[in-house]
Each structure stands twice: as C-alpha cells, then as structure tokens.
Design a protein around this ligand. Structure first.
Ligand SMILES: [Zn+2]
Ligand SMILES: [Zn+2]
Length: 172
C-alpha cells in the first residue's frame, strides 16, 4: 500500500516533487551568455566586490566554478582586486618556507594551502583548506573568530580555559 503511494510520487514531474527542487529549477533560469560561455545571473545584474565593496556590473567579474546547469558562477572579487590578490599570493609564495608537516592551525594533514596576510605579500602559514576557508568566512579577523567562540560558549571562563589548554598542547 505504502509502496504504491511512493511510486505515484516518483512518477510526478521532478519540479513538483519537492520545494527544494522547484527552487533549484527556478534559480537556473538565471543566466546569460558572455560570448560562448554561460554565466550565472542576468546580464543587467550588479554584484558587490567582497574586497573593494564597489557595486559593479557582472562584466567586472571573471568566471569561477561551474554550476550544475553548465553556467559559471562569478568570482566574489572584481577583476582588479582578483589581480591584486593573485600578485600578493605570488609574492608571498616566493618567501614561503617549505610546506609544514600538517596544518599550522588544526594540525590536520589534508590539502595544505598557502595562507598570506591579506593586503600584503607576507606569508602567514600553511593551513588546510577547511581552516583557510573557515577563517576567511569568519572575516579573517580575531574578532570574527571570537564572536563565533562566544556564540558556541556563553561562559567566558570556559573559553579562556579552552584557550589555555590549546596553547599548552601546541607549544610544549
Ligand atoms: Zn574589487
Ligand atoms: Zn586546518
């Protein structure tokens, strides 16, 4: 009985099956062409650069990763900021020491990437992809990271306790 019901559901067109899929389908109508290349968003859309915060037309951004419908997402940084960032990274890489054994942050061993101090060409460390993107998502600042700590643990003394334990563990 219940099996039959399931089968009927599956026979329905996919955009009627769930809200999530309907949303996805809708989003994918949102694209335009840049020459031969399919780009996400409408040609007239504007996007704010995450670095310089200027609101620019989509042509100011280069393509990044690929969406499931074959359209490219655009980078979050405008062309100018992207170029600057790449130059910083190239410069930082020249002065970088050899790769660490593990992530300089969590000590994990997977996918180590070079991290540099934003806005400079100063090498900061070798960190895993998770730490790198996590720190970046939290604003790349101590304040952002501590805000998350306060969100996770309301008791300030416990945060300090944990901080001391981590420091002891890492530096003998
Ligand atoms: Zn920019
Ligand atoms: Zn890590």
């Amino acid at each position: 009985m219940s099996y039959k019901k399931k089968e009927n559901l599956n026979a329905r067109p996919y955009w009627e099956r769930s809200y999530a899929k309907k949303q996805k389908y809708k989003n994918h109508e949102d694209f335009h062409y840049r020459g031969e290349i399919k780009i996400t968003g409408k040609e007239t859309d504007m996007q704010e650069c995450k670095e310089c915060h200027r609101i620019l037309s989509l042509t100011a951004f280069t393509s990044g990763s690929l969406r499931s419908d074959g359209a490219y997402y655009l980078k979050k940084l405008c062309r100018e900021c992207q170029t600057e960032m790449e130059a910083e990274k190239r410069e930082a890489r020249k002065n970088a020491p050899p790769k660490s054994e593990g992530c300089d942050c969590c000590h994990g061993k997977n996918n180590l990437e070079m991290d540099h101090l934003h806005g400079t060409s100063i090498f900061r460390g070798w960190v895993c992809r998770n730490c790198n993107s996590g720190i970046g998502s939290l604003g790349d600042t101590l304040e952002g990271l501590l805000q998350a700590a306060v969100y996770l643990e309301k008791d300030k003394s416990k945060i300090i306790e944990t901080l001391n334990r981590i420091k002891k563990g890492n530096r003998g």
